[in-house]
Ligand binder design. Structure first.
Ligand code: GLU
Length: 293
């Protein structure tokens, strides 16, 4: 098969307005794909029905355009993709998990096992006890979450900035008890079916990459290459947040946002349109820029 070249994407969740840190990461994702002569996609990650708001979808797209980004093809909405996620789920080794939030918290902080990892409680439970637990939860109107029956404990990915990164793979949730599709499954299925070869996103998601690369491999897909972009810090030195004020295009002139993005990437005074020609992953500042210090 001919090499189809690079396909990058930016995949925001419509849970709020994009702030300068998000817009900077989006600009890097766009420039990384365009500088390689590749396609660039935008995907709306609206699987979490409790947290996503329709009003933010158009605002996020308008803000990406306002900082000078363009994208190819229609914007894919994860909320339309349930059948594809269900098909993928059917190809993976899974089991139902009836644990409550509290049980998961307690299990994940038990002294043995990787910190934060689900230790497979329902997978290992005595069948009689599991059936009793399931009946009690069903009687309370609750359904099970569906988890991956993971066969490995960790997985290594290659990140263009972090290098080889080894991280945990646990029995991750693929479908939530409330019926919503889980983020890891949706991302992996969409990236594969959209032909995404390059995932550029915030450094807060580096720890998710091994789980997702492993899931992709289980589904028979080649994992993408990764570039996790250091997060922008706010005036207090903590990760930039909307409460820092004047960080979204509701309060900021897009021209000033564009100028800040370019100077934070080491190209002060250059227009965003030139970023694809100037950008190279090796030139990405490895340190987090600080806003308004
Ligand atoms: N939708 C995720 C977020 O907004 C990003 C997922 C990804 O880039 O893989 O945090």
């Amino acid at each position: 098969m001919a090499d189809a070249g690079v396909t990058g994407r930016y995949a925001p969740s419509p849970t709020g307005d994009l702030h300068l840190g998000n817009l900077r990461t989006a600009a890097v994702a766009w420039a990384a794909a365009r500088s390689a002569g590749g396609r660039f996609l935008v995907r709306v990650e609206d699987v979490d029905t409790g947290r996503c708001r329709e009003a933010f979808v158009e605002r996020q797209l308008a803000d990406l355009a306002a900082v000078g980004l363009d994208w190819d093809g229609p914007v894919l909405r994860q909320s339309t993709r349930g059948e594809r996620y269900a098909a993928a789920l059917g190809r993976l080794p899974t089991y139902p998990c009836w644990c409550s939030r509290r049980e998961i918290r307690e299990a994940a902080s038990a002294p043995h096992g990787a910190p934060g990892a689900y230790p497979g409680t329902c997978r290992r439970m005595d069948p009689g006890e599991l059936a009793r637990r399931a009946a009690a939860r069903r009687a309370a109107g609750l359904g099970p979450a569906i988890r991956l029956a993971a066969e490995v404990g960790s997985w290594t990915v290659h990140d263009l900035l972090a290098g080889e990164y080894r991280g945990e793979v646990d029995d991750m949730v693929l479908r939530r008890a409330d019926g919503d599709w889980a983020y890891h499954l949706a991302v992996v299925v969409d990236d594969a079916e959209q032909g995404v070869t390059q995932v550029v996103r915030g450094a807060d998601l580096l720890a998710s990459a091994p789980r997702q690369a492993h899931l992709a491999t289980l589904l028979g897909h080649r994992p993408p290459e990764y570039l996790h972009v250091p997060l922008v810090l706010g005036p207090t030195g903590a990760r930039l947040a909307k409460r820092d004020g004047a960080v979204t295009l509701r309060e900021l002139d897009p021209a000033r946002a564009r100028a800040w993005i370019m100077s934070s990437l080491g190209f002060p005074g250059a227009p965003v349109e030139r970023l694809p020609e100037l950008f190279h992953p090796a030139l990405l500042p490895a340190d987090s820029p600080t806003l308004g210090a």
